[in-house]
Design a protein around this ligand. Structure first.
Ligand code: NAD
Ligand code: UDX
Length: 462
């Protein structure tokens, strides 16, 4: 059996590395148009940081796992082709700002149709709007070489930062399809390491819709607890205590109740907006408005955090240095897509603060690129002022000590474990007084910091 995966990103790379590790008899080739990314997958410095991923890749690479830019060749040789390309929110035309941009999916389907012969199973791994398989099937059926196809939906549920663990022991694998034979072939791949009762099979449309729904429910929980965090700050309740109290109810459960500066990542916002667009398309206005509120609440949470910093610091942060601890959208990843830190930093520099950022896994280039993107409108314009602020008011530090030296405040954006182990007395002594801490992750020990002399403001705590 030969597998090809189109798209060597945060999903394609780790997922295929795990399949190759667990199934030494299957040849797995991961292809991408991006030469730099493929070179990185072939090096010791992988493009995706995930705990445990290096070991998985090292075990399989060169044995039955290959990374390449020869897309046509890999498709032609494969029995099963996974499509794992990006499906970002459209930034232009109809549905701009909401609908998923399916350009890359369609291009893959056309390429598969063009170079295939014989019979192939095409697996949608990317997150897609419900009924995309219909379009994929039509495009594939136009293959000039007499090739035949079965299309399956197999959405990925891994979370970044825990990808290896999630792939090793998933809560479930979901496979949607029409042909039992094709479903069985994909089940057999996963069954090499996942118990059969964790492999769920459904029709194509349920599988496609389940992925959007799962992300909408998860994001909704974060927005729900973040909404309550605002009320906690106004009333003297403590959001962590409320989360513990409600989470012990077995119907609610304890997970995904951590109040924060706002959810980020490449999936939640994009997938909810896609769901909203689909509901509107089907005339379900109330349903669309219901889900859209999850994103609005998240925007409010980010904006509220910046406002709290400015108000607390005597209504001005102009020319004040603010240390930003963490820039990734969560710990244990180098991914910054939709990270709350981007928007907080943008809004702080627009208040003329000087931000000094440290993240153990994010480079200066990535920080500047994401800030530039956040200041750019849908027409591709960025003001000269924003350009100047990014150039002059943003700097990057090698650690939290350097970032905090001479700062008026620290803002914790990412819950990296290492941030809990610092010498806070040294940091306090190096800062301007009063030394403020705005803990956007409720990560730090409030009592310990207050004893040292910090004035600490945390999420959902007055
Ligand atoms: P990504 O941007 O990291 O990777 C996608 C890759 O596809 C890029 O390297 C790009 O160069 C490549 N690509 C695009 N068009 C191509 C083409 N025609 N031929 C060859 N390569 C092409 O994206 P990702 O985070 O891996 O996400 C991929 C999909 O998986 C998305 O639909 C996403 O919603 C979904 N998903 C992501 C996550 C996550 O945690 N990131 C989790 C579950 C599902
Ligand atoms: C998410 C889904 O969890 C995963 O199943 C899907 O495949 C892809 O999208 P990911 O975005 O990688 O995964 O990370 P996740 O752990 O879901 O966190 C998303 C955001 O929510 C992060 O910014 C995180 O910090 C935030 N979050 C999560 C909270 O603020 N509080 C929580 O309790 C949980």
């Amino acid at each position: 059996m030969k597998i090809c995966c189109i798209g060597a990103g945060y999903v394609g790379g780790p997922t295929m590395a795990m399949i190759a590790k667990q199934c030494p008899d299957i040849q797995v080739t991961v292809v991408d148009l991006n030469q730099t990314r493929i070179d990185a997958w072939n090096s010791d410095d992988l493009p995706v940081y995930e705990p445990g991923l290096d070991e998985v890749v090292q075990e399989a690479r060169g044995r039955n796992l290959t990374f390449s830019t020869k897309v046509d060749e890999a498709i032609a040789a494969a029995d099963m082709i996974f499509i794992s390309v990006n499906t970002p929110t459209k930034t232009f035309g109809m549905g701009a700002g909401r609908a998923a941009n399916l350009e890359f999916i369609e291009k893959c389907a056309r390429q598969i149709a063009r170079v295939s012969s014989g019979h192939k199973i095409v697996v949608e791994k990317s997150t897609l709007p419900v009924r995309t398989a219909e379009a994929v099937k039509r495009i594939l059926s136009s293959s000039g070489n007499g090739a035949t196809f079965d299309v399956l939906s197999n959405p990925e549920f891994l979370a970044e930062g825990t990808a290896v663990e999630d792939l090793l022991k998933p809560d479930r694998v979901l496979i949607g399809g029409e042909s039992q034979e094709a479903i069985d072939k994909l089940c057999d791949v996963y069954a090499k390491w996942i118990p059969r009762d964790r492999i769920l099979t459904t029709n194509l449309w349920s599988s496609e819709l389940s992925k959007l729904t799962a992300n909408a429910f998860l994001a909704q929980r974060v927005s729900s607890i973040n909404a309550i965090s605002a009320l906690c700050e106004a009333t003297g309740a403590d959001v962590d205590e409320v989360a513990r109290a409600i989470g012990t109810d077995s119907r609610i459960g304890p997970k995904f109740l951590k109040a924060s500066v706002g959810f980020g990542g490449s999936c939640f916002q994009k997938d909810i907006l896609n769901l909203v667009y689909l509901c509107e398309h089907f005339g379900l206005r109330e349903v669309a408005a219901y889900w859209e509120q999850v994103v609005s609440m998240n925007d409010y949470q980010k904006q509220r955090f910046t406002e709290r910093i400015v108000k607390t610091m005597f209504n001005t942060v102009s020319d004040k240095k603010i240390a930003i601890w963490g820039y990734a959208f969560k710990k244990d990843t180098n991914d910054t897509r939709e990270s709350a830190a981007i928007y907080i930093c943008r809004d702080l520099i627009r208040e003329r603060a000087r931000v000094v950022i440290h993240d153990p896994r994010v480079s200066e280039g990535q920080i500047r690129a994401t800030l530039t993107e956040a200041c750019t409108d849908m027409q591709g314009n960025i003001s000269d002022l924003d350009k100047r602020l990014i150039a002059e008011n943003v700097s990057v530090a090698k650690d939290c000590y350097e970032a905090s030296k001479g700062a008026h405040a620290v803002a914790v954006m990412t819950e990296w474990d290492a941030f809990k182990e610092l010498d806070f007395t040294q940091i306090y002594d190096s800062m301007q007084q009063p030394a403020f801490v705005f803990d956007g992750r409720n990560l730090l020990d409030r009592c310990q910091l207050e004893k040292i002399g910090f004035e600490i403001h945390a999420i959902g705590k007055s």
